[in-house]
Design a protein around this ligand. Structure first.
Ligand code: FAD
Length: 176
């Protein structure tokens, strides 16, 4: 979103207090703006003083992708008016991403919902290989989603490749 520099100077992260305000907001759930609950913050972009970048996660992000760009912008402007004490002007230009709808990507990177915690599952399960009866790994999993520490990053993805290579090395060294 490209805006005047004044507006860009006052960016905000939705703190947990503000997020719960948002959840309590009467009339948000069940309205066409329900997807705004998935917004987790806005950030300045380095060396781009007139640009702000918003982040959205989970199922709400997928829903956002189905809306027209105009509707997305109207929702965001509603959010700004709700939480900021100053007027945010209509941006000069606005662009939203559609990583999930893109057939070559089908998403951006992994997202661990609280429901996964309820199920007591997590990235440690995603890294578990499928082994045959002799314990030999037959199907292994790498990728950022399986990284316990550096998920959502390229270096996390790379490290998981090394992790799986080490797993094979250890397996065959024991048998050598
Ligand atoms: C907008 C954006 C900005 C980012 N910025 C940064 C950054 O600044 N720094 C950073 O470290 N990381 C960044 N990341 C994250 C980084 O790109 C990912 O963490 C990294 O690419 C993950 O690598 P991966 O190999 O685990 O998965 P991916 O690179 O997602 O590879 C998965 C592959 O599997 C394919 N695939 C999916 N489903 C199937 C299927 N059913 N059958 C066959 N193939 C399938 C996909 O097409 C894809 O090619 C960013 C990501 C995005 C989207």
């Amino acid at each position: 979103m490209i805006c005047s520099s004044d507006a860009c100077d006052h960016l905000f992260e939705l703190s947990s207090a503000k997020s719960s305000d948002l959840r309590r907001e009467r009339g948000l759930r069940g309205t066409e703006n329900f997807w705004l609950e998935g917004i987790c913050g806005f950030h300045r972009v380095g060396h781009q003083p007139r640009l702000i970048e918003g982040w959205i996660i989970g199922a709400h992000a997928r829903h956002m992708e189905t809306l027209t760009e105009e509707k997305v912008l109207l929702g965001l402007l509603w959010l700004f008016r709700k939480f900021l004490s100053f007027d945010v002007p209509h941006p000069k230009r606005f662009l939203r991403t559609q990583w999930h709808s893109h057939p070559n990507f089908r998403g951006s990177y992994s997202f661990q919902p609280t429901y996964a915690d309820e199920l007591r599952t997590g990235r440690w399960d995603l890294e578990s290989p499928l082994a045959d009866v002799s314990g030999r790994p037959r199907l292994q999993f790498a990728g950022e989603a399986s990284s316990r520490t550096h998920f959502s990053t390229v270096h996390g993805a790379v490290e998981t490749g090394w992790r799986e290579a080490d797993r094979l090395n250890e397996f065959y060294q024991v048998r050598a």
